[in-house]
Design a protein around this ligand. Structure first.
Ligand code: SF4
Length: 238
């Protein structure tokens, strides 16, 4: 299969190209995506947060054996690993890969000092998230992400199809128009497993050293790297 939208031809076609089924919502976008890219050329990079649960259910409807990669930093909450197991049990045909960094935590401590996330979280994210995703995406033409526009100011301009200069890929974001309430209505309606930390005021869940619960009316990403100016792990910034 030859993909119609690639990083290389983006500048020639992006103005004229639109997803035929975009108006039908996320499922239409995913049908387009799995029709446009062969299975070895597209991956969903999943955090297994609430948006991920919706996307996984939708992806499974379109591509039951889709490749899903989880960036396993070795610093995730036990509840996160638990929900991955539950999702794999619910959707046994999905190919869920836990991608680990080149350095173990001990090796990272030996090279950079202990608790790098406290002193230089950008370097820590680079080692444990960005480089592993880059390794995965060198084999791909497109990746899927669960970004929603209302999540944060830095995500407000996200499009359904994005030229991703960082990873030289096409980034597909089927949920940009979804609200938090819509995400949860979908999860409850379909009785899908989800990370139990969501019930304890963790709307956005990453590694445990860098994730805190939020206040009652807090921004959904307020608990990530709280107390620092860092707002993204580096996967979605140039
Ligand atoms: Fe390291 Fe924190 Fe980034 Fe996880 S979120 S990779 S612990 S800096």
């Amino acid at each position: 299969m030859t993909s119609s939208v690639t990083y290389e031809n983006w500048n020639q076609i992006s103005d004229s190209f639109s997803i035929e089924d975009e108006s039908k919502g996320a499922l239409g976008v995913l049908k387009w995506a799995y029709n446009n890219y062969s299975e070895e050329k597209i991956v969903y990079a999943s955090s297994f947060g609430a948006e991920a649960i919706v996307l996984i259910d939708l992806i499974h409807q379109v591509k039951p054996d889709a490749h899903i990669v989880f960036l396993d930093t070795g610093l995730h909450f036990l509840e996160t690993y638990d929900v991955i197991d539950k999702i794999q049990a619910r959707f046994p045909t999905l190919k869920i890969e836990k991608k680990q960094p080149a350095l173990t935590l001990d090796e990272q401590s030996a090279q950079y000092g202990s608790a790098l996330w406290k002193r230089d979280p950008n370097q820590c994210c680079q080692i444990r998230k960005v480089i592993p995703l880059r390794e995965t995406l060198t084999q791909k033409e497109a990746w899927i992400s669960g970004l929603r526009r209302e999540q944060s100011p830095t995500r407000q301009n996200t499009q359904i199809l994005n030229k991703d200069d960082k990873f030289e890929n096409i980034k597909i974001c089927p949920l940009i128009h979804w609200t938090w309430d819509e995400v949860w209505s979908y999860i409850r309606e379909k009785d899908l497993p989800y990370n139990e930390l969501h019930d304890r005021n963790y709307p956005s869940i990453g590694c445990f050293p860098c994730t805190q619960p939020v206040s009652a009316n807090g921004d959904s990403r307020e608990g990530r790297w709280s107390g620092s100016s860092k707002t993204e792990c580096g996967l979605h910034s140039s």
